[in-house]
Design a binder for this molecule. Structure first.
Ligand code: THU
Length: 129
């Protein structure tokens, strides 16, 4: 599963639009019923409007009606794997439980690292009153 998802994330990175950072990232989100939604970073000339690969994948999945997710893989970086940024961690936490496996890998080669969303986002914001 891990290898398969990392492969999908790496393939998605090929579609990255990153003329400003030159840093392609791909993400692959596995749904509970076995579908895979991929995403890449899509940058904008007004830098702040850029979106990360993880949120692209998540928003594609959610907008297609998926709400249950089993795992996420992210592929990016030459020397060390791209781990999801803080904003993506919080957005992922809206739909993924803390135990959701998150696999991070370099764009090519190297060893993938598996962690969980809960480990990446301890004490994320929750509006429960
Ligand atoms: N980026 C992602 O897509 N995902 C990450 O996990 C980290 C950063 C993107 C944002 C920007 O387009 C580029 O990588 C450099 O920061």
């Amino acid at each position: 599963m891990q290898t398969f998802l990392v492969k999908a994330a790496r393939a998605a990175a090929a579609h990255a639009h990153c003329p400003y950072s030159q840093y392609p990232v791909g993400a692959a989100l596995l749904t509970a019923d076995g579908q895979v939604y991929t995403g890449c970073n899509v940058e904008n000339v007004s830098y702040g409007l850029s979106i990360c690969a993880e949120r692209t994948a998540l928003f594609k999945a959610v907008s297609a009606g998926c709400r249950d997710f089993a795992a996420l893989a992210v592929a990016g970086g030459d020397k060390q794997p791209a781990a999801p940024c803080g904003a993506c961690r919080q957005v992922l936490a809206e739909f993924c439980s803390p135990g959701t496996p998150v696999v991070v890998a370099r764009l090519k080669g190297g060893k993938a690292i598996t962690t969980t969303l809960g480990a990446l986002l301890p004490m994320g914001f929750a509006s429960l009153k």
